[in-house]
Design a protein around this ligand. Structure first.
Ligand code: NAP
Length: 313
């Protein structure tokens, strides 16, 4: 049974996902480390209960969904003091939608299993828009029986729900997803900078190429933001770096070349070093701007004048 759902982590993704679980009719309890966010969420969603602690949330739930930042955060939520494991009765189902290490995921599932608690790894893709609109792609690892139990909750948050293998396989597929995402981010950044340098109208350029073979989610959703120099995050650079670290570690273990990921890692590091870690991952283009001295969305004339002035002083 999954009628009573507990949701942990009401961040950029979690607040949309939890809202959709509630909209689908599940009895919903929430917990957020920064309590005000949980209280605000409950005000916006009448009927939602704010739990006093993670263990209290677990005790009142058939199923607990997590959407927190990184591997140590999931460990703390599950096994920390007054954590989920402390309040869990045998039979509880944990669905972890965070993007974390596949290896640690298997370890967490073993520890929960010793208490009679089942776990699925169910990382998501589709950005804050997908979380808000319940159109996420969800890649799930774990036992088939647990997956069937989780299906109604997953269906309330996403559109494409795929069981990809045993526990940990969801996280591995998510890293495949992230390799593809950073590849398209680098390509978009290089292409838009090139268009800018070539004196093109960026909006017309985007309109011309988005519907053809070069089109992508990244280009359609983040391209317009880049042109407006709107760096508000759907996914922050700090979290993107966390995923690149996970992908690079896994690539090393598997013995595969990770050229695109390592290039992206260095570009993002350059943006982080200049204080951009909380900006959206499309701000990768700033690293190319630092290298070239060209800025997107700034007229080429203006740029030339700026550099002329620099030479004169
Ligand atoms: P976010 O906005 O930074 O939210 C993170 C959430 O985790 C917050 O609710 C935060 O609580 C909570 N948290 C972090 N550490 C915690 C800890 N030690 N104990 C308890 N709670 C903790 O991040 P997000 O963008 O929603 O991403 C969440 C997860 O989804 C990440 O693993 C990310 O990689 C993945 N993801 C994100 C996207 C995207 O486009 N944003 C897409 C796919 C997957 P506080 O409010 O107290 O800080």
């Amino acid at each position: 049974m999954t009628d009573r759902v507990g949701f942990v982590g009401l961040g950029i993704m979690g607040r949309g996902m939890a809202g959709n679980v509630h909209k689908a009719g599940f009895e919903l309890g929430v917990y957020n480390r920064t309590r005000e966010k949980a209280e605000r969420f409950a005000e916006e969603h009448p009927g939602v209960l704010v739990a006093e602690s993670l263990s209290a949330l677990a005790a009142k739930s058939d199923c607990v969904v997590l959407c927190v930042s990184d591997t140590p955060d999931v460990e703390e939520v599950l096994f920390g003091e007054r954590g989920i494991a402390d309040g869990a009765a045998p039979g509880l189902l944990v669905i972890d939608c965070s993007t974390i290490s596949p290896t640690e995921t298997r370890e967490f599932a073993l520890r929960l299993g010793q208490r009679g608690v089942s776990m699925l790894d169910a990382p998501v893709s589709g950005g804050s828009e997908g979380a808000a609109n319940a159109t996420l792609s969800i890649m799930v690892g774990g036992e088939a029986s647990a997956f069937e139990r989780a299906r109604p909750v997953l269906a309330s948050m996403g559109r494409t729900i795929t069981r990809v293998g045993p526990i940990g396989a969801g996280q591995t597929v998510k890293l495949v997803n992230q390799i593809l995402v950073v590849g398209s981010m680098i390509a978009m950044a290089e292409a838009l900078l090139f268009a800018q340098a070539g004196g093109l109208d960026l909006e017309k350029t985007l309109a011309a190429v988005s519907g053809g073979a070069a089109g992508s989610w990244t280009l359609s959703n983040r391209g317009p933001q880049v042109i407006r120099r709107d760096w508000r995050p759907g996914f922050t650079i700090d979290l993107q770096q966390k995923d690149l670290r996970l992908a690079l570690q896994a690539g090393d273990q598997l013995g595969v070349p990770m050229q695109v990921c390592s290039t992206a890692f260095h570009y993002y590091r350059a943006v982080q070093e200049r204080g951009g870690g909380s900006e959206g991952n499309h701000a990768i283009i700033k690293a190319l701007e630092y290298l070239s001295g060209i800025q997107v969305g700034i007229p080429a004339e203006g740029k030339r004048r700026e550099s002329d002035e620099r030479t004169q002083h």
